[in-house]
Design a protein around this ligand. Structure first.
Ligand SMILES: Nc1nc2c(ncn2[C@@H]2O[C@H](COP(=O)(O)OP(=O)(O)OP(=O)(O)O)[C@@H](O)[C@H]2O)c(=O)[nH]1
Length: 333
């Protein structure tokens, strides 16, 4: 599953897991930043979830796919389908490469579909500004036009025509949020595809999944992506946030900065709230929803990932700190 940052991949993945309860999905979740937010947002299904963070499967972590496939093969009796969610800036061709060319991998795994989720509101700009969006659309078997309820039918049709010019071979589906049938995303003719064909996958390697070290009160990691100038900043805080103030500051910030900031995702502790707050921004819109309840013994640590270009980590840190509950009187920018 591919698609630009914030297109709706994790949302769709959850929808698949919820709708297809008869199937056990293994999930490989890849995130650019050192800290996975998405892995916390995936609905716990029956199959294993593997996180690969701090890099991109299509480049810096490309070798790690073999180790992950070995790991999954060892747990083969626990799952039926493998869903891979690529990062929003990945070139899916590089991820598909071992499935299409490596005979050992092909003994155990068959690539069924490359699904590209497209944010209908933002795709025109993404196609103008980034190479990644073009790569993702051109390599996919199925293109899922998402967030269509936000635009007119006429505009959605115009986008479909543009997508067809980039990839005339892909099937283009339109997802309406309420009642999208996720079985449309699966190949119809091949239901026994995922039954194990061999009981041996001879590509052993040392499993080296990235691990996230314990966080201090504030951690600030700034990483540059290998194959573009897109970079990531991770900020962690040990104090609770004033969530109303955070929403206001984010809205103002995005009006000024949204062309450089592709995506903000965070799990945030809100003062007085027993649930984690899931904070997300895509373009200029901010969404804050309730997540899981904080476990009793757990430290209420907030972690926020910002993905974009020319990010100023000190300035970002200052803005977020100004939204901490105890410090909400401080100026931000
Ligand atoms: N309006 C609307 N919002 C949606 C839809 N699908 C997803 N979203 C919202 O879009 C935001 C991003 O969704 P995600 O599923 O996290 O997107 P993603 O592609 O996994 O994001 P990255 O992993 O960061 O690349 C969230 O706030 C979702 O609630 C949709 O069909 N309509």
């Amino acid at each position: 599953m591919t698609g630009f940052l914030g297109a709706g991949k994790t949302t769709l993945l959850n929808e698949i897991i919820l709708q297809r309860k008869e199937l056990r999905f293994a999930v490989l979740e890849n995130e650019v930043g050192a800290q996975s937010i998405d892995a916390e947002l995936i609905i716990k299904g029956e199959g294993p979830v593997i996180e690969l963070n701090d890099g991109c499967l299509c480049c810096s972590l490309n070798e790690d796919i073999f180790e992950v496939l070995n790991q999954l093969w060892d747990k083969r009796s626990l799952w039926d389908h493998l869903l891979i969610e690529a990062t929003g800036i990945a070139d899916p061709a590089n991820i598909a490469h071992p499935f299409l060319t490596n005979p050992n991998v092909q003994k155990g795994f068959s690539l069924q579909q490359v699904i590209c989720v497209v944010d209908v509101q933002l795709i025109e700009d993404q196609l103008k500004e980034t190479q990644e969006a073009i790569q993702q659309i051109s390599f996919s078997d199925v293109i899922l036009l998402n967030k269509v309820e936000q635009v007119s039918v006429h505009y959605a049709n115009e986008i479909v025509d543009k997508l067809k010019l980039i990839n005339p071979f892909a099937e283009i589906l339109v997802r309406s949020r309420e009642n999208f049938n996720t079985s449309l995303l699966f190949k119809k003719e091949n239901t026994s595809f995922f039954k194990p064909k061999v009981n041996f996958l001879p590509v052993k390697g040392v499993v080296n999944l990235s691990s996230v070290s314990a966080m201090g009160p504030l951690k600030n990691i700034h990483t540059r992506h290998q194959h573009s100038d897109i970079e990531t900043v991770l900020l962690c805080y040990g104090q609770d946030f004033d969530i109303t103030l955070l929403r206001q500051r984010l809205l103002v910030f995005l009006i000024l900065q949204s062309s450089n900031v592709y995506r903000i995702k965070g799990i945030v502790a809100s003062k007085g709230a027993s649930s984690k707050m899931v904070v997300q921004t895509v373009s200029k819109s901010v969404s804050i929803t309730e997540g899981e309840t904080w476990e009793k013994e757990a430290k209420r640590e907030s972690k926020i990932v910002i993905i974009g270009r020319n990010l100023q980590s000190k300035g970002l840190d200052k803005m977020f700190r100004a939204c901490l509950a105890e410090q909400s009187m401080e100026g931000a920018f």
